[in-house]
Design a protein. Structure first.
Ligand SMILES: Cc1cc2nc3c(=O)[nH]c(=O)nc-3n(C[C@H](O)[C@H](O)[C@H](O)COP(=O)(O)O)c2cc1C
Length: 457
């Protein structure tokens, strides 16, 4: 007998402060006005997606002492946006990226428990640690938490948050039949946590939400990040959307589950994926090339090169050859500790390799950055894209994808209208929501085994 087809999970990442969005397109709108978030969320819900995803950056990015223009447009607060979206959607999951390095468990647990109530059980938390000292300057009084401590704090943070969520249990609390106000010996919300990072006790003040605990996401990629996800997370937001790297990542993290006593289906792997659609595959390939050129302007290409060279390259022509001069490895980095720095640990070797590549292919600076950068994950006609997504999921490169469109906020519409119906026809994507909570959509167990009792307030 053949294996039953896996059901695909689909989610939508609100594109905004990143280099994916093609801002020069006349259809590009605001990435801070509520109408943009609302449009995006409604499209995702109309398409019966599992959830909407918000990333988080806690400091304006800068390079060479100047602020990125996209960042100046603003980065609104995650909980506020998700709460507003809860009011204009009914079923769509609401996933927020919230940092465990710069927050406190009590406030974060309270915010997620509240969001779970407001949304009727649709809250999810992407637990990130943020490694860079640059972000830390905005928050910490006594300097930055060393990199090796981030996951130790993250683990204890999550454990503490779970203790707070679990501090309200249905069997402890009885509604007062007389409805009067009086003091009694109830255990509601009582907690004690003594640990290395947190030493707190008191009473948690939000009853258990419909999901018991919010769904937990992780986006870590290091050994520690993967172990943390295998032990604690319900889903991983990964960067491995290609078939081969996706399968390798999938096998790696799923094989770590058994030692934590967890089943294969208790951790979903959902890579970030971009897409370009057109009537035919050939047209989509052409459009994809154009989109990449629009995503990487000449100025962007030079800024990208500066990450590796660690020098001001503004005098270079982006349509000309790569700099002859070597990267500066002696000084502080122009990008002040941002993520890309870690991608190029050996700038001299990278520069050498890129010069050789550019010379062999007759590439300019801009061509080099476009060609060595990410291609869109899914390119083709709606039929090709639907078939490819399904192939990737059925061959265990992923359990689904978190889609990042290149237009804000309307870039999801075409996918919803043209690809989703084909996946539904193939019987691999829902035509209606079957449950009301995000746990239902993702097929995850309720932490209590069954929905918790609604508690009278
Ligand atoms: C697809 C994807 C999205 C991410 N989004 C964010 C984000 O919005 N905010 C953030 O602070 N980190 C984000 N990260 C970074 C991760 O939290 C993590 O730090 C990174 O993957 C490095 O792994 P490590 O923490 O295990 O070293 C993202 C990572 C991936 C793969």
């Amino acid at each position: 007998m053949s294996k039953p087809l896996k059901q695909i999970h689909l989610a939508a990442h609100f594109p905004g402060v990143n280099n994916t969005t093609v801002w020069s397109d006349p259809r590009a709108g605001s990435h801070i006005e509520f109408s943009s978030f609302a449009h995006f969320a409604r499209t995702a819900e109309r398409a019966r997606f599992d959830f909407l995803f918000l990333a988080e950056g806690l400091r304006l990015r800068e390079q060479g002492g100047k602020i990125y223009d996209l960042d100046v447009v603003g980065r609104p607060d995650t909980f506020t946006v998700l709460s507003a979206l809860a009011a204009v959607t009914d079923r769509l999951g609401l996933t927020g990226t919230i940092n465990s390095t710069f927050n406190e468990p009590y406030e974060v647990a309270r915010q997620f428990a509240t969001l779970d109530h407001l949304s009727g059980g649709r809250a999810a938390w992407n637990v990130v640690t943020s490694w860079d000292a640059f972000t830390g300057e905005n928050f910490r009084r006594g300097g930055f938490l060393p990199e090796e401590e981030r996951y130790s704090r993250a683990k204890e943070f999550l454990t503490t948050a779970h203790e707070l969520f679990d501090s309200w249990r249905g069997d402890d609390i009885v509604a007062d039949p007389a409805g009067g106000v009086f003091l009694r010996d109830a255990k509601a919300g009582a907690f004690v946590h003594e640990g290395r990072h947190f030493d707190i006790h008191g009473r948690f003040n939000v009853p258990r939400g419909p999901q018991g605990r919010p769904v937990i996401f992780q986006a870590g990629d290091s050994e520690e990040g993967r172990e943390f996800a295998a032990a604690e997370a319900d889903a991983i937001f990964s960067r491995y959307a290609a078939l081969d790297t996706g399968r390798a990542f999938y096998t790696d993290v799923k094989s770590r589950l058994a030692k934590y006593g967890r089943r294969h289906d208790q951790l979903l792997i959902l890579p970030a994926a971009s897409f370009v659609l057109a009537d035919t595959d050939a047209e989509a390939e052409q459009l994809a090339k154009e989109v990449r050129r629009l995503q990487v302007s000449g100025a962007t290409a030079l800024k990208h090169l500066e990450f590796v060279w660690n020098r001001d390259l503004s005098g270079y022509d982006p349509d000309g050859p790569l700099p002859d001069i070597d990267p500066d490895v002696s000084a502080d980095h122009v990008a002040r500790g941002r993520a890309q720095v870690r991608m190029y640990r050996d700038p001299l070797a990278t520069a050498r390799e890129w010069r050789e590549l550019a010379a062999a292919n007759n590439w300019s600076i801009r061509d080099l950055v476009i060609e060595t950068g990410n291609r869109q994950t899914f390119v083709g006609s709606p039929a090709t894209v639907a078939r490819t997504i399904n192939e990737y999921v059925q061959s265990d490169a992923a359990d689904g994808f978190i889609l990042v469109p290149h237009l804000t906020p309307g870039g999801l519409d075409e996918f919803a209208d043209r690809v989703v119906p084909l996946l539904q026809e193939q019987g691999v994507f829902r035509t209606e929501y079957e449950g009301t909570t995000l746990r239902d959509h993702l097929g995850l167990d309720h932490p209590d085994g069954a929905p918790s009792e609604q508690v009278a307030s």
